[in-house]
Design a protein around this ligand. Structure first.
Ligand code: 2NM
Length: 338
């Protein structure tokens, strides 16, 4: 009897249930009319009189322990709204965890930097709020030169404005380093434009220059040709048209054969077979001298492109505003691009 009570007490102590049904089965096993505890109470008759008191007490302890354990477990399963563990299917696939994507402007900036870095160009950056000298004067925009009106500028004060081009970075580099140097300057620039599919008050530029003792327009052409072939593909052709910028002489605009129609004519190239992608030229000797680089000794070429424009051509984006609206339906299309 004594032994049976001890065994049952341990059993009660160690009992674990996974659901209500198991608790109920345990209750029946112990406390129902034919349950183990009830049977012990039936046997109590046969206990010798001398032991009746001690065994009686132990039986009561056992019965209470069983009842308390069962009550506690019942309460636990009543309160928990969770499904029992056995209902969870561990073989089901997990919830999908969506990956973010790179912004197309970042993607293309990186692609361009990669190509030019293989030619020895390195990265430079500068402030978005610029003084008149770095944004205009050093770049050969005379005080009353009409070129200053070519761009509508966000002025902050008489002397400070949001930079209108990344050439201001180039000025800072030319002032602070000695040639030879090959530099790429990407960044955001600001112009007072009405926002439309083709214009925005801010966009991104990427400009580059090379300065050395013996630099020619042929070097410029070959550098840009390499870039275009790497970026748009080996079949891409280039052509140059004369142009004007205050900081280069001579200046040119470069077209590539239309990568949509392959040159036969379509809406993107306005049926000419060519699309303009960048401006370039030989750095004006006055700009070199402004930056304390001896223009009798050194020459340089420079070029500048709009990253949005290049991105629109590569990914056939039709509206400039998409780049700054953070519309997930647009951005998600660049998932997995590198
Ligand atoms: C362009 C076109 C042509 C240019 C010039 C310079 C500097 F600072 F070296 F003189 N940086 N970038 C340049 C030349 C930019 O953008 C359409």
């Amino acid at each position: 009897m004594q032994e049976k009570i001890t065994t049952l007490l341990a059993e009660i102590e160690n009992f674990r249930a996974e659901n209500k049904e198991q608790v109920e089965a345990f209750r029946i096993q112990l406390l129902s009319k034919k349950g183990a505890v009830s049977l012990l109470f039936d046997d109590f008759r046969n206990v010798p009189a001398a032991e009746k008191k001690a065994i009686g007490q132990q039986l009561n302890v056992l019965k209470n322990a069983a009842q308390e354990k069962i009550n506690a477990l019942k309460e636990q399963f009543d309160n928990s709204t969770e499904q029992s563990h056995t209902d969870i299917d561990l073989t089901l696939p997990g919830e999908p965890y969506p990956l973010g994507s790179r912004h197309p402007i970042s993607l293309v900036r990186e692609q361009i930097l990669n190509i030019f870095s293989r030619l020895g160009f390195s990265l430079a950056e500068g402030p978005e709020v610029e003084d008149d000298w770095h944004n205009f004067s050093a770049l050969n925009f005379a005080e009353n030169h009409p070129a200053r009106d070519m761009q509508d500028t966000f002025f902050i004060s008489d002397n400070y404005a949001l930079r209108t081009h990344t050439s201001s970075i180039q000025v800072r580099v030319m002032e602070s380093r000695k040639p030879p140097m090959r530099i790429l300057a990407p960044g955001r620039v600001y112009r007072k434009e009405a926002i439309s599919a083709r214009a925005h008050c801010f966009f991104h530029q990427l400009e580059g220059f090379y300065i050395n003792t013996d630099v020619s327009f042929a070097d410029l052409k070959q550098t840009l040709y390499y870039f275009v072939q790497e970026f748009f593909g080996k079949d891409t052709k280039i052509r140059f048209r004369p142009s004007y910028f205050p900081f280069t002489e001579p200046s040119a605009e470069m077209d590539i054969s239309c990568n949509i129609c392959g040159g036969s004519g379509c809406g993107v190239c306005k049926h000419s077979g060519w699309v303009e992608i960048l401006g370039c030229g030989m750095i004006d000797p006055a700009v070199l001298d402004n930056c304390k680089i001896d223009s009798n000794k050194f020459k340089g070429f420079a070029f500048g492109m709009g990253i949005e424009r290049i991105t629109m051509l590569k990914y056939q984006v039709k509206d400039l505003r998409l780049f700054s609206e953070n519309d997930q339906r647009f951005l998600r299309q660049f998932e997995g691009e590198v």
